[in-house]
Design a protein around this ligand. Structure first.
Ligand SMILES: [Zn+2]
Length: 275
């Protein structure tokens, strides 16, 4: 197989590697049911990438969703790491309030290192509720910060908080885009929603989009290293897993380091015209 052929195959096999900062390639339009599709965004509409990670716990926000946000800020855009809880019940040895405070501090430092903002909603770890209060709280953050792209949990998870976060974000994105829902800020349509490649959310996860994260890999690892759990202190070897995964996804997307993402089915629709 020649190099060209192999590259063609790789491009086909992975659905194409994506530059998150290239608006015409990534930022399409996510149609809100009942509202007219706004069409593909012009490059001038998205001079910079605006990416928001929304996770159940700070570790998920940085380890599984951190690099796409880092890519956006690296390109001069804006990024947000939203955690629905502090993950304060994640340590069997450290009291909840102490561990929660340490998680918050690590997230704030990690976000600053990546030139992004850490945002917390403070639902109790392991007890994140699936209700309209939580969905509107996330809707309000989406309307306030106006991300073009959101990365969150895939629903195929053994962790109930991760499944809750998935449901909350799907409905919050819907609420955020409806102009007939009156909140503090006006409606905001999120262009793209992606699900992250998370070891705890692997059931039925099928990647279709790959981001080349080579440029931000070292900074992203430095940010993740601010969390003690990254080094395996809570039992899972996060550092080994996610750095190896970046190499593996890089191999299959013809880049040095990459993360893979999964799109909702409706986002994969394409209109093709034969000239
Ligand atoms: Zn988690």
């Amino acid at each position: 197989m020649s190099l060209t052929t192999r590259r063609d195959f790789l491009t086909m096999a992975v659905g194409g590697a994506v530059d998150l900062t290239a608006p015409t390639r990534v930022f399409g339009s996510r149609q809100v049911p009942g509202h007219a599709e706004k069409g593909t965004a012009a490059p001038s509409d998205h001079a910079h990438a605006r990416v928001m990670a929304i996770a159940a716990h700070p570790g998920d926000a940085f380890f599984a969703m951190g690099a796409p946000v880092a890519l956006a800020t690296h390109a001069g855009g804006q990024g947000w790491y939203v955690s629905l809880s502090l993950g304060e019940k994640g340590s069997a040895k450290i009291p909840l309030d102490k561990y929660g405070a340490a998680q918050r501090q690590a997230a704030e430092k990690a976000a600053a290192l990546l030139q992004a903002k850490a945002v917390f909603l403070r639902y109790p770890d392991a007890e994140i509720p699936i209700n309209d209060e939580a969905k509107f709280a996330v809707c309000d953050l989406i309307r306030e910060y106006k991300p073009a792209t959101i990365v969150t949990h895939w629903k195929g998870s053994w962790h109930k908080d991760h499944r809750a976060c998935h449901d909350i974000v799907e409905d919050a994105t819907f609420y955020a885009g409806l102009s007939t829902i009156i909140r503090k800020d006006p409606d905001h349509v999120v262009s793209k929603l992606y699900f992250a490649d998370n070891w705890e959310d692997a059931d039925g996860f099928v990647p279709d989009t790959y981001l080349d994260i080579t440029a931000v890999f070292d900074d992203w690892v430095s940010a993740c290293s601010l969390f003690p759990m990254w080094r395996g202190e809570n039992g899972f070897r996060y550092s080994d897993y996610y750095t190896s995964l970046a190499i593996l996804r890089g191999c299959t997307s013809n880049s040095q380091r990459a993360v893979s993402l999964m799109s909702p089915p409706e986002q994969k629709r394409q209109l093709v015209r034969i000239p």
